[in-house]
Write a protein that binds this ligand. Sequence first.
Ligand SMILES: Cc1ncc(C[n+]2csc(CCOP(=O)(O)OP(=O)(O)O)c2C)c(N)n1
Ligand SMILES: [Mg+2]
Length: 819
Amino acid sequence: MPKSIIIDPEQFFAKGAIHFSDIPVNAYSKSIEEERSNFSPQDFLDIWQDMCAIREFENILNEIKTKGAYKGITYNHAGPAHLSMGQEAAAVGMAFALTPDDHIYGSHRAHGEILAKAFSAIRQLSDARLMEIMEAARGGLILRAVEKGYSGNVQDLARRFFVYGAYSELFARETGINRGLGGSMHAFFTPFGIYPNNAIVGGSGSIAPGAALFKRVNRKPGIVVCNIGDASFGCGPVWEGITFSAMDQYRKLWAPEMGGGLPILFNCMNNFYGMGGQPFGETMGVQFIARIGAGVNPEQMHSERVNGYDPLPLIDAMRRKKQVLAEGRGPALLDTITYRISGHSPSDASSYRSKEEVERWLKVDSIHAFHDKLVAAGAAAGETLAAAREGVETTVFEMFRMATDLQISPRVGPDSELVGSVMFSNRKVEKFDDRKPEFLQDLAQNPRVQQIRGKIRTPTFEGKPVPKMKAYNVRDGIFEALLHRFSIDPTMVAFGEENRDWGGAFAVYRGLTEALPYHRLFNSPISEAGIVGAAVGYGLEQGRVVAELMYADFMGRAGDEIFNQLSKWQAMSAGDLYMPVVLRISVGAKYGAQHSQDWTALAHHIPGLKVVYPVTPYDAKGMMNSALAGTDPVVFFESQKIYDYGEMFEQAGVPEGYYEIELGDPSIKRKGQDITIVTLGPALYTAVTAADRLQAEFGISAELVDLRAANPLNYCALEESVRKTGKVLLACDAVERGCVMQTVAATLTQLCFDDLDAPPVVIGSRNWITPAAELEALFFPQPAWFLDAIHERILPLKGHKPTTNQSLGEVSRRTRQGI
Ligand SMILES: Cc1ncc(C[n+]2csc(CCOP(=O)(O)OP(=O)(O)O)c2C)c(N)n1
Ligand SMILES: [Mg+2]
């Protein structure tokens, strides 16, 4: 427990200095003769031909991008090709020492890395396993194409399979390793330990730590390598990922048998350029990426700079870093020197560097240099190397030719719903592993469990409303659902800021600290990108995870991780991977402009996310149960306004046992005849007051429908209600412009146009900053706004005197001013 780490003033006032140790720079000095005991002749040959295969793979891409043809094959490749020509030694050196259990994550410039990792894995897997993998991939489609007329051995067949699958992927073919939905910058193939590559610079920096966390928590073999560029070290999420990886708690607070520090190597493919900006000498001040390790932890991340223009120093370093990680001393950092002789992309005019510089690097081109080194040392014969190169180039060309051929490698049809069909996996998985879930105590002894047992789960008790202190509330509902899944799925972990001893900033987790070991519930750094990124990485490794953002306002800090990562990997895997991640986001109030915003609209706008916002204990428990049984990313909004509300609608009360509520089904909270009021979030309770007034003052009976979800959304109950009443008002606490309710109103207008007496009216918060708690009534929708808006724009209320201006003229005035 952190309580055992005493912050003693004596200790921290003591004089001293911080000592750094030297960070090695190109310390490798072994000759080929010395390396002969570490590599067989076949190893040398394999390294050489892997480098040559990668060079040819990209050379062909370069030719078709710049000239539209290669060796008589004309092809127009519409998509990107971020080539890494020149970086082959770095790719092969990185992958050579890895096993299939070691997982690589990478960047937009990863063709070389994925090929190198595949070749390395293929050499280590048995023929039977390779056949199994190839048969399973895309239902055997890729294998069928490459085995036709082929009679060689299984390893060569597997190499054909991967090169062809990769080209097909780049060319958006059904035969692509990700069915053409990943493409050049995102291609991956998990059976060979190749995990997502990322078009967002540094994107893998926050994701890969989650993968390493998965390995630790679930005692999986292997390490995680995060291959990212030198310029990506200017990205905040990379720093957050490093910080997440280097937390003291892994070694100081987690049980020693968990294995210590995260098994992650940040491998900087340092080619000295962003697109054209130079991190060295221009856009950063660190000069050596390796220096960054010194700022992270006392071990300085075991950081070093290594020459990655030669595969052998890098393989040597990789072997040593693997050992460090195996000993639980991670994370590690490698600053791998390389250079891309190709442009950033084929349209790059290289205006940012001199010809002379490129020529200097061409002179020491790793492919030629390694060839000469092997020949000079007598480690390989020139003819053998030449024959090997010719062999791989022939294969690569043949695979390219096949991938361009629409007969052999078709695209999905223009009317295909393929993309839509893989946006969500919509599965139920009870648990992602069979081992026994770990707990620290018998749950019957848990203080929170005992406290909840004494609470009242129904709207009334003995005919009276239930006092707040006694009511089973929204928090309890979420807690019970979490505990249920924690006790079934051993892979399930939860983390976020102040999640452990504090019990989550809003006490939802209170009681879990006593129940769960550290590795299942822990405090993260204040790193929203790091938190969501790690959850994505954990999910990609197929573990269940709950991450928390303390306030919706902090979504901006994790924007990329929520909008580009969490949402997209299921579809980019063409349905191969699940994303069993629940992202809890608490919506604030009373805390002003930067802590009180409802940003459901942002999440709802992004394809690939399920977005829900339950506000009753019954809904919170049932929907969290569903989210935690599912396989899709669920952004689970919660409202700080109503955490302690008891159940007010479900007369039978909140069941003690397990039940699920389908995500996307709205709930009718009160039956009515005259008007439909639709809400999302805590506006439900404002609507209740408004509905009571409508009934009492005007005899109008309102039907209250709580959407409970923004996406997916089943319109059946809404349509039915609107057809009955002919009138609809929609309300939420998000600012009115672009809120979820605007989408729902527009859709309902289309679906129910003939049945509507008036256009749907949307009430949201004002398009302002959220003002101070004392002024919130000016900002958030109030019951009077509902009545005034109905009076002005739907149904005149006899004798009603509006207190606010909800007229259409006012709507025009506000939009004109942008407020
Ligand atoms: C977040 C983000 N910002 C900018 C870009 C545009 N961009 C693509 S590659 C690149 C340079 C990346 O340099 P580095 O990380 O060193 O990788 P390298 O391209 O050298 O392999 C930039 C700026 C992007 N894809 N993502
Ligand atoms: Mg770079």
